[in-house]
Ligand binder design. Structure first.
Ligand code: NDP
Length: 297
């Protein structure tokens, strides 16, 4: 069997286009554009690239982008004051503080200061709680993107065996919660799980969010399993090359011999994250303006 390649890049492009169309309709109805504020503290190179990409994608989706780039030595008080200002700014529907923050700033207390109704990253404890008890809130972008790819591929997930490898607050735990809500039978595996391979071999759905290059080989997979690879890992560079290749947590080529469908890295889950961030921002804008968000957002 050769697995179907789940094209997250194409799916994300269609989602971004839909968000852009709905954002234009929203601007007409609300008399203003939906707005996303992104806060970056310090000069971390990767974070600068992410923030730039988010700003561009926001503008391309007919929304307003507010970028706040603060120096490395920004105090907690100053950052809190900015978050408070954005909480009270009616032109801002979503607030995202780019992580990681410099060591002297406490991420949990900064995230806690964001209004849960503008927390489009879904990292606030109120939104984690809402997800856990089945209330409407914001769901972290990466697992929600994975869920969109899974339901697009499989339709109803009721009764399927799902194994999520990884239990972080931003990927593993919300992913497991979403699968549970979709009536899958869910196992969460982690670094202390015994005989991980045999746990994964039970799964109709495998979501790998570990951060270990090509850890999951074909021997770990059940025939026909649907594999969602969240991991982004850079291999050491080959001789003569400056940068190593990007790979996921799954050994893509050999896993493709057994899986029914699989996301590649890059081009799978990665592009979904920004697309879902735009989607969450537009949903926030509808809620803030007292308008109903389109059902297929
Ligand atoms: P974390 O480091 O926060 O969590 C990793 C999880 O993997 C932990 O729960 C850890 O277990 C588990 N783990 C580590 N080693 C093993 C092992 N040998 N066997 C089983 N489980 C193990 O990572 P994140 O959740 O933030 O991210 C996971 C991956 O996804 C990373 O590669 C990251 O780059 C990528 N990522 C990609 C995104 C995208 O847009 N595509 C977005 C976010 C993340 P324990 O809890 O016991 O330590």
């Amino acid at each position: 069997m050769t697995a179907t390649r789940i094209d997250g890049k194409a799916f994300a492009a269609r989602l971004r286009e839909r968000v852009g169309d709905y954002a234009a309709t929203f601007a007409e109805a609300a008399g203003r554009k939906a707005g996303l504020a992104v806060v970056l503290v310090g000069e971390d190179a990767a974070s600068q690239v992410y923030v730039g990409a988010k700003g561009k994608a926001t503008l391309a989706a007919n929304m307003a982008s507010f970028e706040h780039r603060l120096p490395m030595d920004t105090t907690s008080e100053d950052l809190m004051a900015l978050v408070e200002k954005l909480n009270n700014d009616d032109s801002v529907d979503g607030i995202l503080v780019q992580l990681p923050l410099p060591d002297h700033l406490d991420e949990q207390s900064i995230i806690a200061a964001i209004s849960p109704d503008k927390d489009v990253d879904g990292f606030h404890v109120i939104n984690a709680g809402r997800l856990s008890v089945g209330q409407t809130g914001f769901v972290p972008c990466t697992p929600l993107g994975c869920m969109m790819l899974l339901t697009d591929r499989l339709g109803d997930l009721s009764g399927l065996e799902a194994v999520v490898i990884g239990r972080s607050n931003i990927v593993g735990k919300p992913m497991a919660q979403l699968l549970l809500d979709a009536n899958a039978t869910v196992t969460i595996a982690h670094s202390r799980t015994k005989d991980l391979a045999s746990v994964v071999r039970r799964a109709d759905i495998v979501v790998a969010a570990v951060g270990r290059p090509q850890m999951i080989g074909k021997d770990w997979l059940k025939d026909g399993a649907t594999v969602i690879d969240v991991g982004i890992n850079r291999l050491p560079p080959e001789p003569g090359k400056e940068k190593g290749k990007l790979v996921g947590d799954v050994a893509f080529d050999e896993a493709s011999e057994v899986a029914g469908a699989i996301t590649p890295v890059p081009g799978g889950v990665g592009p979904m994250t920004i697309a879902v961030l735009l989607r969450n921002t537009l949903v926030a804008a509808h809620r803030n303006a007292g308008l109903e968000a389109p059902a297929d957002l």
